[in-house]
Design a protein around this ligand. Structure first.
Ligand SMILES: Cc1ncc(COP(=O)(O)O)c(C=O)c1O
Length: 491
């Protein structure tokens, strides 16, 4: 995985044994003690109490474990709301300096539940969905359909029908086939549907690095040339109204350089297309990065918003065209840092891995079923013991799950106190985005509940699955065969 800006290479400290040192990734810093909750990684409400245990949103991890069990997704409501407001204000202020308006769509794929829809819409965000399921959750959460955007490279006829039926604000078109499909649906329903055209700008960004090529080999959107043809076709169709171009250049992006490059290419096309009519909007997508570990150092969203809006303004000025309003679609930066996953340690063992080296494996009661990102992308996370502090020497550890895969890694490399024992509560921060939404039932593991915390109160916003839930889909299973607890342990 391409890493972000590293603030230091690993200074192999005296606390690292020789047998461990070769296993330390070059970015991981040996801490003096392994108790600190590093600010940009944890929600700002996370703190240690007098007894050394951690609270989040004013709720003790012991209360969370006792009431809801582990593993558990904990989501800090104030943190989500604060990030939503910050994104909204950052883009409003950057756009305002250029005399245009902005719209921030929350990318629901990062984490969607009716409650989260309420939080982000309360804070003034629109919502971006990309399946019928996400659309229905957004509607059930009370989102105004006219403030919804609908994405996807293969939206079905049924999905498009439903989107038009509910009066969706805009559909981001992805292929020539979809243009005809949507036009026919809108015509049949007697409406004019606002559409954007998704463009592959040839800019792909991942964290701090971006690559600008003439072409991109990926499934989404139209090439720059193809997009021009698509817009010509859309303008011929009376049931569609072209409102702007769209591009999404990647994920976990730390600064605005990739966006600037993409904006240059988008504005070039936008300028050409103005010959055929007014274009009110430009959507630059999402992908703004967060700190998963203490060495990730994304630019503040205000800087990124300024960078993007300045780039668009410059490109428009060079071409002598009016600047459009600007939309964006952040997901991770809104919910990522607000989420913490709570686990209980089950086993700890040290494994000889050859050449005199050994690795400590700390096994927890979840894993790749609740956080697929390490297995899918080699993503790095951090971890802390949250039921107590420890003065024991920090020891390089690998946190793993309970699944039948050697790739079932939760945190590849982390310094945990050397005295970690079964029963300790271990928490992984920055799990608010793409963990719940990518969760699976692998090994017939019930998916954990999501609990929102705020002002010392905790409440379930998505209930956990039970063994009964799992058996319910198996037509051969007797419904009465299980007496499962909410967390699925059979009594
Ligand atoms: C089209 C589009 N918009 C927005 C996003 C949100 O990205 P992020 O959560 O990294 O901000 C994605 C993520 O894949 C996407 O594909």
């Amino acid at each position: 995985m391409i890493r972000g800006r590293r603030v230091a290479a690993n200074p192999i400290g005296s606390s690292v044994s020789a047998s461990h040192s070769a296993l330390v990734p070059d970015w991981l810093i040996a801490p003096a003690e392994a108790n600190e909750l590093v600010a940009p990684v944890w929600p700002s409400s996370a703190r240690r109490r007098h007894d050394g245990s951690v609270e989040i949103g004013g709720v003790s991890v012991f209360d969370l474990r006792d009431r809801f069990g582990t593993p558990l997704y904990v989501l800090d409501e104030d943190e989500v709301r604060a990030h939503a407001r910050r994104a909204r204000d950052a883009f409003a202020s950057a756009a305002g300096r250029h005399g245009v308006r902005s719209r921030v769509y929350y990318a629901g794929k990062a984490f969607l539940s009716t409650e989260v829809v309420r939080w982000v819409t309360d804070e003034g965000l629109a919502v971006d969905v990309c399946t019928r399921g996400e659309l229905e959750v957004a509607l059930a959460g009370g989102a105004d359909p006219s403030r919804l955007g609908f994405h996807g490279n293969n939206k079905s006829v049924g999905e498009l029908e439903r989107a038009v039926e509910v009066g969706i604000g805009s559909v981001v078109l992805d292929s020539p086939i979809e243009i005809e499909r949507l036009a026919a649906i809108a015509e049949r329903r007697g409406v004019v549907q606002n559409v954007l055209v998704r463009v592959r700008t040839g800019v792909h960004a991942e964290t701090h690095a971006f690559l600008a090529t003439a072409h991109e080999d990926q499934k989404f959107g139209f090439s720059l040339e193809g997009a021009a043809d698509a817009v010509v076709r859309i303008r011929e169709l009376s049931s569609l109204r072209f409102v702007g171009l769209h591009a999404h250049i990647g994920s976990q992006i730390f600064d605005s350089s990739g966006f600037r490059e993409s904006a240059a290419r988008l504005v070039d096309l936008h300028a050409d297309l103005l010959a055929g009519g007014d274009i009110p909007l430009l959507n630059v997508g999402g992908g703004f990065g967060i700190s998963y570990t203490s060495v990730d150092d994304p630019r503040p969203i205000e800087d990124i918003a300024d960078g993007i809006l300045d780039a668009i303004a410059d490109e428009c000025a060079v071409r002598g065209i009016p600047m459009p309003d600007v939309a964006c679609e952040p997901g991770r930066v809104i919910v990522g840092q607000a989420g913490v996953t709570l686990y209980e340690v089950g086993t700890v063992k040290t494994v000889e891995i050859g050449e005199g080296r050994e690795r400590t494996y700390v096994s927890v009661d979840g894993g790749m079923s609740d956080n697929a990102r390490p297995a899918l992308y080699g993503a790095d996370f951090s971890a802390r013991i949250v039921s107590r502090t420890s003065e024991a020497t920090p020891a390089l550890s690998r946190v793993v799950g309970h699944h039948c895969e050697s790739g079932d890694i939760v945190v590849d490399a982390e310094y945990l106190p050397a005295d970690v024992v079964p029963g300790d509560l271990l928490a992984v921060p920055a799990t608010g985005a793409y963990c719940f939404s990518l969760a699976s039932n692998y090994n017939y593991t019930p998916r954990p509940p999501v609990v929102a915390v705020r002002d010392g109160e905790a409440r379930v916003i998505v209930r956990g699955e039970t063994i009964d839930d799992l058996l319910a889909r198996d037509v051969g299973a007797a419904a009465s065969a299980s007496t499962a607890t909410p967390h699925g342990d059979t009594e």
